[in-house]
Design a protein around this ligand. Structure first.
Ligand code: FAD
Length: 420
């Protein structure tokens, strides 16, 4: 199946609308929420919920079935991930922190999507099209278990009498953890997907994900992080003390075979979401680069794209380098989401896109601040904020180093044990 480089109609149609949202609802408030960390942008959340419901999109989560069908001939494969990547890029161009607050299933729904049964998908995903905006999150990271996800110490034990799982542990750095688990009046019942071990002696094979709903006794937000960037997005520590979860809230098999199936559930989630994180980082980088070009143009500097390298000024060369980084990373994202849409294994491309976007985004936003000089450093403009916001692309959903390891293993044919 060839890759088509022309954006399909559903993408083109939503880009125009989302750009308006990005400009009117996001950019205009970027600075306010950056400076008022932990304030919740309720009007944005409610607006997005109403708007997404109106157009029949309950959540920024890929659909099981095609939303495409472009051209009416029914031949185009489903393009749900491709549409999603473009939407995320545009919203992140508006404000990446606020995009992370967009109501919907986020990483929590992605985990249900990747590892849940059809019944679980029906049960847990339906709430995102309900009356109130609803948010979900995923809790994998723990102190001492970030990159090395297999070292998690959160335990899930089955109570044979009540047939409930009892979870104990402490999760940290959970994006939207607070809005997912705290029962805010304005939000529907959210959930967090908690990764825990049902058999520590089995290592990765014993890892399972559990859907833990808002309001579950024993589950609470222990801390909200103060951060460098994406400050409007809450990042929570969540403690679980004898938290009881219904038996059928386990995603995947409740029995431990000596395989790494449980762990593969986590990895399948990342294969699906890493290109989306990459898309979001590239939205920030594009915002910064466009802003730089605008400022250069205001000062009479036009980039002379057709000239040989030796005739270009140093700034022109820098801008062209940034264009290349941005576009090549975007092409990696397109390939990775196209593969996801076509149900092709995309672990390699997914990690590659994340590496390119994390690297490129950081370099571009830093260079933009550098070229703008005091204007880049001043809080009067958003360039310095984009610089701070962009770094997260290279940290969450696997750091740049970890994704490089995944790429190397895939290319060289090594297992996680052989190359770490
Ligand atoms: C704002 C924010 C939001 C987050 N959201 C979530 C979330 O929603 N859910 C969730 O579960 N987690 C989340 N995280 C956690 C994030 O995924 C982890 O921070 C990340 O995976 C790194 O893990 P760590 O913090 O333990 O760092 P470490 O694993 O200790 O890594 C520290 C450094 O060592 C490097 N390193 C580690 N191992 C290797 C190796 N084998 N080879 C080479 N270098 C290595 C890393 O690349 C990094 O540079 C979030 C983090 C942040 C900052």
């Amino acid at each position: 199946m060839p890759i088509e480089f022309e954006a399909p109609k559903p993408i083109v149609q939503t880009q125009f609308v989302l750009k308006t949202v990005a400009e009117e609802m996001m950019r205009s408030r970027s600075r306010y929420f950056d400076e008022h960390e932990h304030e919740i942008p309720w009007d944005y959340i409610e607006f997005m919920h109403t708007a997404m419901k109106a157009i029949g999109v309950g959540s920024l989560a890929p659909k099981e079935k095609a939303s495409g069908g472009e051209g009416g001939n029914g031949k185009r494969p489903p393009i749900a991930y491709q549409v999603l990547a473009s939407q995320i890029e545009m919203l992140s161009w508006g404000d990446v922190g606020m995009y992370l607050v967009t109501p919907g299933g986020g990483l929590g729904a992605a985990a249900v999507q990747a590892a849940g049964t059809p019944e679980q998908k029906a049960k847990f995903l339906a709430r995102f099209v309900g009356e109130k905006p609803t948010i979900a999150a995923m809790c994998m990271t723990e102190a001492g278990a970030g990159s090395d996800t297999a070292s998690i110490r959160t335990r899930a034990v089955l109570d044979e009498n009540t047939r409930e799982w009892i979870l104990n542990g402490e999760k940290i750095f959970v994006t939207s953890g607070d809005k997912s688990i705290t029962e805010y009046e304005k939000l529907g019942k959210g959930f967090v997907v908690v990764w825990a071990s049902i058999d520590p002696s089995a290592g990765r094979a014993g890892m399972r994900a559990f859907v833990v709903e808002a309001g579950t006794p024993g589950v609470k937000v222990a801390k909200l992080e103060h951060k460098l960037g994406i400050r409007v997005s809450d990042t929570a520590s969540i403690s679980l003390v004898d938290a009881r979860v219904p038996y059928d809230h386990i995603l995947g098999s409740p029995t431990v075979e000596k395989t790494t199936t449980g762990f593969k559930g986590a990895m399948a989630t990342f294969d699906a979401t890493r290109p989306l994180v990459a898309a979001s980082g590239l939205g920030v980088a594009r915002a910064a680069l466009e802003f730089l070009k605008e400022k250069l143009a205001e000062n009479g500097v036009q980039i002379r794209y057709g000239l040989p390298r030796q005739k270009l000024t140093s700034i022109e060369r820098d801008v062209i380098e940034m264009d290349i980084m941005l576009k090549s990373a975007w092409l990696m994202v397109v390939k990775a989401v196209w593969m996801a849409d076509n149900k092709k294994p995309n672990a390699l491309e997914s990690s590659m896109s994340k590496v390119k976007a994390g690297d490129g985004g950081t370099k571009i936003t830093q260079k933009v601040v550098e070229i703008l000089g005091p204007l880049g450093y001043s809080r009067e403009f958003l360039a310095e904020k984009w610089f701070r916001d962009s770094k997260i692309t290279d940290i969450y959903e696997g750091t740049g180093q970890i994704n490089r390891l995944v790429v190397a293993r895939q290319i060289l044919g090594y297992s996680g044990k052989e190359l770490r």
